[in-house]
Design a protein. Sequence first.
Length: 54
Amino acid sequence: MFKPRVPLEEDDFYLNEKGYKVFTEKFHLKRGYCCKSGCKHCPYGYDKRTDSFK
């Protein structure tokens, strides 16, 4: 299934102390689905360790 890319806006992410992009909760909600990658600000409640939603 094709999932279109969501254009990034200024407040969709920040750079952490190591220089990696960290997506915000706002971005995840705008994207509209959970990618099951264990994202730090996942608003969908996914837990990568248990592979389940809280």
